[in-house]
Design a protein around this ligand. Structure first.
Ligand SMILES: Cc1cc2nc3c(=O)[nH]c(=O)nc-3n(C[C@H](O)[C@H](O)[C@H](O)COP(=O)(O)O)c2cc1C
Length: 190
C-alpha cells in the first residue's frame, strides 16, 4: 500500500512548536510519510523558542529536505502527496505563496500543491495584521489554500500549552484527510 505522504513546512514565524507537533502527530499514525522543509529563519526560531535542535526536529520526519534544494522530490507535481501544511507560516512565506515566488523549496512545494489542486494549509502567524497581510490571505484563499491561523479554541478546556497546540494542529490536519485520535470536538452544550 502506498503511504500517505504529507509535506510539512516550518517557516520563521513565532510558534515553531506547531511544526514540531505536526511532525509528532503524523509520526504516530501508520502509513504516513512526512517530508519536512525548515527555512533558515525557522532554524533560528526553533532555537529561540524550544529546547530542540534542528537535528532533533528533522529526526521526527521521514525525509528532511534542504530549503535551497529545489531539485528535491517535493518540488515536482509528479511526486504524489496528500497535501502540505506550513506550521507556522510567516508573512514572508505567505507572500511567497501568494505570488508563486518559488525561490526556495518551501514556497515551491506549496506552489506545487496549489497547481496540483492538493490541500495546502497555512497556519499564518502574525498579529496584528495590516491590510497587505489580509490581502495576501485573500489571494491565497482565492488560489485554493486554506488559511488557518493558530487561534486557540477554549470550548475544550485546554489545561496546557500542549493541549492548545495539539488541538490547533489536529484541526489543521483534518483538511488533509488526516484524523488525529483523541481530538476534542464541540458537540453542543451540556
Ligand atoms: C523570534 C522571532 C519571531 C518571529 N515571529 C514572526 C511572526 O510571528 N510572524 C512573522 O511573519 N514573522 C515573524 N518573524 C520574522 C520572520 O522570521 C522573518 O520575516 C523571516 O524573514 C521569515 O522567513 P521565512 O518565511 O523564509 O521563514 C519572527 C522572527 C523571530 C526571530
Amino acid at each position: 500500500m502506498k503511504p500517505t505522504r504529507v509535506v510539512v513546512g516550518i517557516s520563521g514565524a513565532s510558534g515553531a512548536i506547531y511544526g514540531v507537533r505536526t511532525l509528532e502527530l503524523l509520526s504516530a499514525i501508520d502509513d504516513v510519510e512526512t517530508h519536512l522543509v525548515i527555512t533558515p529563519s525557522a532554524r533560528q526560531t526553533l532555537l529561540i523558542e524550544t529546547d530542540l535542535s534542528v537535528a532533533d526536529v528533522e529526526a521526527r520526519a521521514d525525509f528532511a529536505h534542504g530549503s535551497r534544494d529545489v531539485a528535491a522530490s517535493i518540488a515536482s507535481g509528479s511526486f504524489e502527496s496528500s497535501g502540505m501544511i506550513i506550521a507556522p507560516c510567516s508573512i514572508k512565506t505567505l507572500s511567497g505563496v501568494a505570488h508563486s515566488f518559488s525561490a526556495d523549496l518551501l514556497v515551491r512545494a506549496a506552489d506545487v500543491m496549489l497547481k496540483e489542486r492538493r490541500p495546502l494549509v497555512l497556519m499564518v502567524r502574525e498579529t496584528p495584521f495590516h491590510l497587505g497581510h489580509i490581502r495576501l490571505m485573500e489571494r491565497v484563499t482565492e488560489m485554493g489554500a486554506i488559511v488557518q491561523p493558530p487561534v486557540p479554541a477554549f470550548y475544550n478546556h485546554p489545561a496546557t500549552i500542549d493541549d492548545i497546540v495539539t488541538h490547533s494542529v489536529g484541526r489543521a490536519l483534518e483538511h488533509l484527510g488526516i484524523e488525529v485520535s483523541g481530538l476534542q470536538r464541540w458537540s453542543g452544550p451540556g
